[in-house]
Design a protein around this ligand. Structure first.
Ligand SMILES: Cc1ncc(COP(=O)(O)OP(=O)(O)O)c(N)n1
Ligand SMILES: Cc1ncsc1CCOP(=O)(O)O
Ligand SMILES: [Mg+2]
Length: 213
């Protein structure tokens, strides 16, 4: 499935995590290293600045054929013709989001509990994100981490492709894939790495190793 290729190595952006380096340079290096999809996650930008940044990022990603997902904001995604939107459990309800978007757009949903996984079984989501897999300083307003046993439960109880997010690094990526994740989503492992290019390459190699084992 096309979506399973896109979610393999999913970069979620956070300008602060880029440690003062140029945001677009960090993303481009990561894409050259093997990132397969990018989410623009902006919690503080006003609407106009969000749209401007999104347009510039989309122009960059289009050159590499990498889809751009917008976090939280369906209006921004529609304004710039992004590939899709990611929402969580406090954002726009999924059913409303789905009605607002053309059917071909990618829709991602964070799931924080077993009940939310079961509820999403009836919905036409492109992927669900186990959020968080492990606790992480990058996002602290989270429910309890799923952990590897929670991920295995999810693998056995959903028909949707699962992405894991929260605390993913070179050390646990292969294990996440062998326990049921189709892909990993990361902020700090790429945005804060000395070389975002090499970090993406190394994570991609761990994903491939997990798929092949
Ligand atoms: C791929 C992915 N997974 C989970 C999240 C978290 O979404 P949400 O719970 O809505 O929290 P915010 O990111 O909006 O703070 C995500 N953004 N991306
Ligand atoms: C956005 C988000 N949603 C759940 S955990 C998280 C942050 C992931 O950041 P990191 O990859 O640095 O742990
Ligand atoms: Mg959200």
């Amino acid at each position: 499935m096309e979506i399973e290729k896109h979610i393999q190595l999913y970069l979620v952006t956070d300008e602060k995590a880029c440690l003062g380096r140029d945001f677009f340079w960090v993303v481009e290096e990561a894409v050259k290293g093997g990132v397969t999809m990018v989410q623009l996650r902006e919690k503080e930008l006003g609407t106009r600045a969000f749209i401007e940044k999104g347009k510039r990022l989309k122009d960059l990603l289009d050159m590499y054929g990498v889809p751009l997902i917008i976090n939280d904001r369906v209006d921004v995604a529609l304004a710039i013709d992004a590939a899709g939107v990611h929402v969580g459990q406090s954002d726009m309800p999924f059913a409303i989001l789905k009605n607002l978007l053309p059917p071909e757009k990618i829709t991602g949903l964070s799931v924080e509990s077993k009940w939310q996984v079961q509820e999403a079984e009836d919905w036409n989501v492109s992927y669900i994100a186990a959020s968080p897999l492990f606790s992480t300083p990058s996002k602290t307003d989270t429910e309890s981490p799923w952990g590897m046993s929670g991920l295995r439960w999810m693998r056995d109880n959903t028909h949707h492709p699962v992405v894991v997010i929260g605390g993913l690094s070179e050390t646990n990526t292969k294990q996440a894939i062998t326990n049921g994740a189709k892909g990993i989503a990361v902020i700090s492992a790429i945005c804060s790495a000395p070389s975002p290019y090499e970090a993406a390459q190394n994570l991609r190699a761990r994903i491939v190793a997990g798929v092949q084992s």
